[in-house]
Design a binder for this molecule. Structure first.
Ligand code: ZN
Length: 175
């Protein structure tokens, strides 16, 4: 097992839409294992393949409820309901977090790392992880989920910090 370097805000790979996974095999399982290790080392609760520079639609997560870590391949949110405000951070934008309102519940489909079809009903924190990681696979960072003024302030903070490089990660809120 080994860990990846987590790509930070400003890296163009974070703006790319990742490609569908066409084969779930031993190589993909190794990637997932290394991503899990990278996520725990950060530490974070979720990590998308694009965050380690890999162009594949896959993310790993552990919501701390005891059944993690888990891997989702080719995830799709098929339904979302309600609204929920949550203080959200990102491992690719370390040390910063914002209250972001997103749907409270989502239904997610995809595949596990053995190739079994998944259909998961998620609420609150788990739903937030799914939406955040899926955004990464679509090349969207949480900054784009901020209102205009908050985003302006955030961009100024990032500029003042030299585009976040060298800033220590926050405490466990990273996704
Ligand atoms: Zn993130």
């Amino acid at each position: 097992m080994s860990t990846y370097e987590i790509r930070l805000f400003g890296d163009p790979v974070l703006r790319q839409r990742a490609a569908e996974v066409t084969e779930i095999d031993g190589r993909l399982a190794r990637l997932a294992t290394d991503m899990v290790e990278t996520m725990y080392a950060a530490p974070g609760a979720g990590l998308a393949a694009t965050q380690v520079g890999v162009d594949k639609r896959l993310f790993v997560y552990d919501d701390g409820e005891g059944d993690g870590p888990r891997t989702i391949v080719n995830p799709v949110i098929t339904e979302s309901r309600g609204e929920w405000a949550f203080e959200e951070g990102c491992l690719s934008v370390p040390g910063l977090h914002w209250t972001i309102v997103r749907p409270k519940e989502v239904h997610l489909t995809g595949y596990d790392i053995e190739g079994n079809e998944l259909s998961i009903e998620a609420d609150e924190y788990l739903a937030r992880i799914f939406q955040h990681e899926l955004d990464h696979l679509d090349g969207i960072l949480l900054l784009e989920r901020l209102d205009k003024q908050t985003r302006k302030d955030a961009m100024r903070t990032l500029r003042n910090r030299g585009l976040v490089r060298g800033v220590p990660a926050g405490e466990g809120s990273g996704l």
